[in-house]
Write a protein that binds this ligand. Structure first.
Ligand code: SF4
Length: 344
């Protein structure tokens, strides 16, 4: 079953035309912004009504699952917290999930990575083709993520191919930057490759609680190694509250980390997370994200069916066009709602 709901409404056999709507409104009145309301029903066709109603009312339908012949729709009450992300043209940033396996199993991992997760590798040849085609499509920055990309024996070649096409950032837990991985790193151009290393807190306690004992210390060593090799290092924290974010900011200030080398984001209620910010596709500006399974709307939830735009990666220009078309449809939907609610 999906995320835990604050309120559950059993729709029975009712639909919007037979009494469900007033109950839904009453249930939502008892919710606070960000709360989750689950509606469980046997009538799958009410899903389209719930989706349209959510869009009208600026709530968000974040998940639909079917179990034992009954459907469960999870609605987030109210809009998503404002993101500090600036709006970028679709396709200016390109995300590649090189693999889904990881040496860690963080309890909030948004794509369910772990040592046991199947690798589902994009593969060097596919990455090379993506990089070649991306160079002609105006991609300004490539992000390589996973899983843990440094588990791959050919991560050096993968990053070199990406860096030849655009400045490249690799997201890593920083724990594997030794031995042959350190060799691979050394072969890369330091002016084209940035390492974004996860560090969730100023001291080991909270980081290790989410990621495993001893992981903070090993991540910190990774940060020092990457810096010693001359790479730009961006520190990325995943936090649960504003207080945790503020505490980490103070740590970054003390460490004299520049603004452009800081990423602080909230846990997203996707993947393994049982708590966090519930995000629907409509909440997120699209950032073209490629995995072995296809092209996704955004790196958060890049294995969830609601984020899949197309299974076809090539030609890359067509994949970009598919994301733009999906974005246009989403924008058109919003524009039509705005017109319907135009009061003057
Ligand atoms: S959050 Fe990152 S380091 Fe943790 S399991 Fe997921 S991919 Fe691995």
């Amino acid at each position: 079953m999906g995320p835990k709901a604050n309120v559950t409404l059993d729709a029975g056999a009712r639909s919007f035309s037979t009494g469900l709507l007033p109950e839904l409104i009453a249930a939502l009145r008892g919710c606070r912004p960000g709360d989750l309301l689950a509606v469980i029903g046997g009538e799958a066709s009410i899903g389209a009504d719930i989706d349209a109603w959510c869009r009208f009312t600026r709530n968000a339908l974040i998940e639909t699952t079917v179990e034992a012949g009954r459907t469960r729709w999870v609605i987030r009450c109210g809009e998503a917290p404002q993101s500090s992300d600036t709006e970028r043209p679709v396709g200016s940033r390109l995300w590649l999930y090189t693999n889904f396996d990881c040496n860690l199993r963080c309890d909030y991992c948004c794509v369910r990575s772990s040592p046991k997760a199947p690798r589902r590798a994009l593969g060097l040849e596919r990455v090379r083709r993506i990089a070649r085609e991306a160079a002609g499509l105006g991609v300004g920055e490539i992000f390589v993520t996973g899983g843990e990309p440094f588990l791959l024996a050919d991560i050096g070649e993968i990053l070199a191919a990406c860096a030849a096409a655009a400045p490249t950032t690799v997201l890593t837990n920083g724990m594997l930057l030794t031995g042959r991985r350190a060799e691979a790193l050394r072969s890369l151009p330091t002016d084209r490759v940035t390492l974004q290393i996860s560090l969730d807190s100023a001291t080991p306690e909270r980081h290790d609680r989410h990621r495993g004992k001893g992981t903070w210390v090993r991540a910190w060593k990774g940060i020092e190694r990457a810096r010693a090799e001359g790479f730009r290092v961006r520190l990325a924290a995943t936090v649960s509250t504003d207080e945790e974010a503020e505490e980490f900011r103070r740590f970054l200030d003390a460490q004299q980390i520049e603004e452009e080398n800081r990423v602080i984001r909230r846990i997203a209620l996707r993947g393994f997370a049982t708590d966090g910010v519930a995000l629907a596709r409509a909440d997120l500006m699209p950032e073209v994200t490629i995995t072995a399974e296809g092209v996704y709307w955004h790196p958060v939830g890049a294995e969830d069916a609601d984020m899949l735009v197309t299974p076809d990666i090539f030609p890359l220009a067509e994949a970009f066009a598919a994301v733009r078309r999906a974005f246009d449809r989403e924008s058109e939907h919003r524009r039509r709602l705005a017109t319907i609610f135009n009061c003057a």
